[in-house]
Design a protein around this ligand. Structure first.
Ligand code: DON
Length: 306
C-alpha cells in the first residue's frame, strides 16, 4: 500500500495541469495549487500516508457527509421529507430545480440540500451549540481533539455567500425552515470551514468503510444499512453533476469539497482521503480525482469489481 500511494503522490507532483483553486471564496483562492496528499485508513487501524498529509485544508462540502450522518441519527427517515435522494445533474450551488420542486432540494450534498440539513439538525438550538456538536462528532470520529473551524474561511464564506444566502431564503419562502435563516447559514458556513488534514479525514470516514462501526471500539456509529445508504448517496450525488464521471473513472462512493479534498470509501476495505486544491470545471479536485482513479485501478477496489 505504501508503495502504491508513494508512486501516486510522485506522479501527481509531476503533472503540470493541476486545475484552478476555488476563486469565489477569497480565502481559498490564496492556497498554493501545487500540493498533494493522500491517506488510506484500514479497518484494522493501519494508516498509510503520502505527500503533505499533515497540512490542514478546508474540508468544505465533505463536511456534508458528517452533518447528514448526524441528521439521520437525530431525525431518522423523517429527514427525507426535507431533502431528496436523487442526483441533481446541476451544479452544486444551482437554484433552478428548487422552484419547480417546492423548495425541497434534490439531495443532501448540493448546497441547498446541506443548508436544509443544517436547519433540520438545529432543532431550535443556536448555531454555536450545533457547531459544538458537529465538531465533537468529527473529533470523535477522527479520534483527534485538535480539529477545529478555520474562522477566517467561515467569515469569508459569509461575506461572499450571496448565492447560499439566496438559496436559504428561497427555501425559507416555502415555509419549511424551522430556525432563523442567518443562524442556519452560520451553521452551514462554519461546518464547511472545518480544517483537517488527509490523515484525520481518512480516519473520520472509516466507519463508512467498516459497516458503520467505529474501528477503535467495534461499536456502531450508524447501522450497517445506514452506512450502505450514505455510501450510495456519496456515489450518486457526492460529486454533483460530476458524479457520473467520478463513478465511471473511480467507481467508489466519494464526497468532494471546493477546498480540493475528496473522501472516498472502499466498503469493507478502506477510507481514502486525498487533497489537491486545484479544481476541475465542475468544482471537484482535479488531481484528487486522478489519484483516486489510479488508486482504484491499482487496488482493484472499485465497487463495480476489479
Ligand atoms: O457553500 C459553498 O459553496 C461551499 N461552502 C461548499 C461548496 C463545495 O464544497 C462544493 N464542492 N465541491
Amino acid at each position: 500500500m505504501q508503495i502504491i500511494i508513494d508512486e501516486i503522490a510522485s506522479n501527481m507532483m509531476q503533472l503540470q495541469d493541476k486545475g484552478n483553486v476555488a476563486s469565489y471564496i477569497p480565502e481559498l483562492a490564496k492556497i498554493d495549487a501545487n500540493q498533494f496528499a493522500i491517506s488510506v485508513a484500514l479497518p484494522n487501524g493501519e494508516i498509510f500516508n503520502a505527500g503533505c498529509f499533515k497540512t490542514l485544508f478546508s474540508i468544505q462540502s465533505i463536511s456534508k457527509v458528517f452533518t447528514l450522518t448526524l441528521a439521520l441519527d437525530k431525525l431518522g427517515e423523517t429527514l427525507w421529507s426535507r431533502v431528496g435522494r436523487e442526483p441533481s445533474g446541476d451544479p452544486f450551488n444551482s437554484i433552478v430545480q428548487l422552484e419547480h420542486e417546492h423548495g425541497k432540494p434534490r439531495n443532501p450534498f448540493i448546497n441547498a440540500g446541506a443548508i436544509a440539513v443544517a436547519d433540520a439538525i438545529m432543532q431550535g438550538h443556536k448555531s454555536s451549540k450545533m457547531l459544538a456538536e458537529i465538531l465533537h462528532f468529527v473529533r470523535f470520529l477522527a479520534d483527534d481533539k485538535s480539529i477545529g473551524i478555520d474562522e477566517n474561511v467561515a467569515r469569508c464564506e459569509a461575506h461572499s455567500g450571496a448565492r447560499n444566502i439566496s438559496l436559504a431564503y428561497f427555501m425559507a419562502s416555502f415555509g419549511q425552515f424551522e430556525n432563523p435563516v442567518p443562524d442556519v447559514l452560520n451553521t452551514y458556513f462554519s461546518h464547511c470551514s472545518i480544517a483537517m488534514n488527509t490523515e484525520q479525514l481518512a480516519k473520520a470516514g472509516l466507519f463508512l468503510a467498516n459497516n458503520g462501526k467505529n474501528p477503535n471500539t467495534g461499536f456502531p456509529i450508524v447501522s450497517s444499512q445506514r452506512a450502505k445508504r450514505i455510501n450510495a448517496l456519496m456515489l450518486t450525488c457526492g460529486h454533483y453533476d460530476g458524479s457520473g464521471e467520478f463513478a465511471f473513472r473511480v467507481g467508489l462512493p466519494g464526497k468532494s469539497g471546493v477546498g480540493g479534498g475528496i473522501l472516498a470509501i472502499a466498503p469493507g476495505k478502506a477510507s481514502i482521503a486525498v487533497w489537491s486544491p486545484g479544481l476541475d470545471t465542475i468544482g471537484n479536485s482535479k488531481l484528487g480525482t486522478y489519484a483516486l482513479e489510479l488508486f482504484a485501478a491499482e487496488t482493484g477496489w472499485s465497487v463495480f469489481g476489479d
